[in-house]
Design a binder for this molecule. Structure first.
Ligand SMILES: Cc1cc2nc3c(=O)[nH]c(=O)nc-3n(C[C@H](O)[C@H](O)[C@H](O)COP(=O)(O)O)c2cc1C
Ligand code: SF4
Ligand code: SF4
Length: 262
């Protein structure tokens, strides 16, 4: 099967999922169309269908797909299009997120052709999987794209596309549903540039005063505002977040490698 276009659909607050998906798509020589749902899940995504190839990328949050994009992912229309599930996680583990994403895409009517669990710098700081995806990760992502496109080229039709086995358990790991009380703080270095206001996936940073969070309970602790601030004025000092960072650094610093399912 030959595809003239590949569509990328992704949620990526600190942009490692976006980088990984783009590296996979760089192996493709046709057109690439992007649907970035990081700051809005109200964007118009067409109903896909036969002849479409869609790479769906999500970061792993608590071993699951992020709760705020679950409904959006469930509302995608596959209708016989081919999909590839891409999960990006911060060097601890993806737990049930890959299986959950694959299940969602199949329920949406996609034919699942492959999946990849890739590793990137943990959102909660710069000390776990620092700087990843690095050159080696991006080369592996491109190689995955090449293997995937070779597999699809060789298939005569949808029924000839073998579906990969994806690791994980059902029921999926339980989400932490406790009300969020941690939100970023802002130092006097803030230059009121508005970058964090535009970057927040849930729109809770006050445009008039970016040091104010309008609804702490909605904060996803995604670190988009922290990592995108040009003067490093945003930070978290909540005990739970600091403890999590230390726990990850102590227990999950050994380098993990991407896992590919084709
Ligand atoms: C709320 C939250 C929960 C996370 N949970 C996990 C996890 O369960 N396992 C893991 O290895 N990384 C976890 N991470 C790290 C992210 O999956 C990882 O940093 C990813 O690269 C972020 O993607 P992005 O750059 O596209 O935002 C978590 C990050 C956040 C913000
Ligand atoms: S305020 Fe919370 S949800 Fe918004 S960008 Fe910052 S960490 Fe993410
Ligand atoms: S991105 Fe940083 S400098 Fe810009 S408004 Fe937000 S906190 Fe202030």
């Amino acid at each position: 099967m030959k595809f003239e276009k590949v569509s990328l659909v992704y949620f990526s607050p600190t942009q490692t999922t976006q980088k990984t998906l783009r590296a996979i798509a760089s192996a493709f020589d046709g057109a690439v169309q992007e649907y970035d749902i990081t700051t809005s899940r109200d964007i118009a995504v067409p109903a896909f269908g036969a002849g479409d190839l869609v790479l769906v990328g999500v970061p792993v949050y608590g071993g699951r797909i992020p709760a705020i994009i679950e409904t959006f992912i469930q509302s995608l229309k596959g209708e016989g299009a081919v999909a590839v599930a891409v999960g990006v996680y911060g060097n601890r583990h993806y737990d049930d997120a890959m299986l959950e994403l694959a299940d969602c895409l199949k329920a949406d009517g996609f034919r699942l052709a492959g999946a990849g669990a890739f590793v990137a710098e943990h959102s909660f700081g710069t000390e776990v999987a620092t700087g990843r995806p690095d050159a080696e990760d991006l080369a592996k992502a491109k190689q995955f794209g090449q293997q995937l496109f070779t597999k699809l080229d060789a298939a005569a039709d949808l029924s000839a596309i073998a579906e990969p086995e994806i690791p994980g358990n059902r029921p999926y790991k339980e989400r932490n549903t406790a009300a969020n009380t941690a939100a970023p703080k802002t130092t006097d270095a803030c230059i009121q540039c508005g970058v964090c206001v535009a970057a927040c996936p849930v729109g809770i940073i006050d445009a008039e005063d970016p040091s104010k969070i309008t609804d702490v309970s909605k904060c996803q602790r995604c670190f988009s505002c922290v990592k995108k601030c040009p003067v490093q004025a945003k930070f978290f000092d909540a005990e739970g977040v600091l403890k999590a960072m230390n726990f990850l650094k102590t227990n999950f610093s050994a380098r993990r490698e991407p896992e590919l399912f084709l």
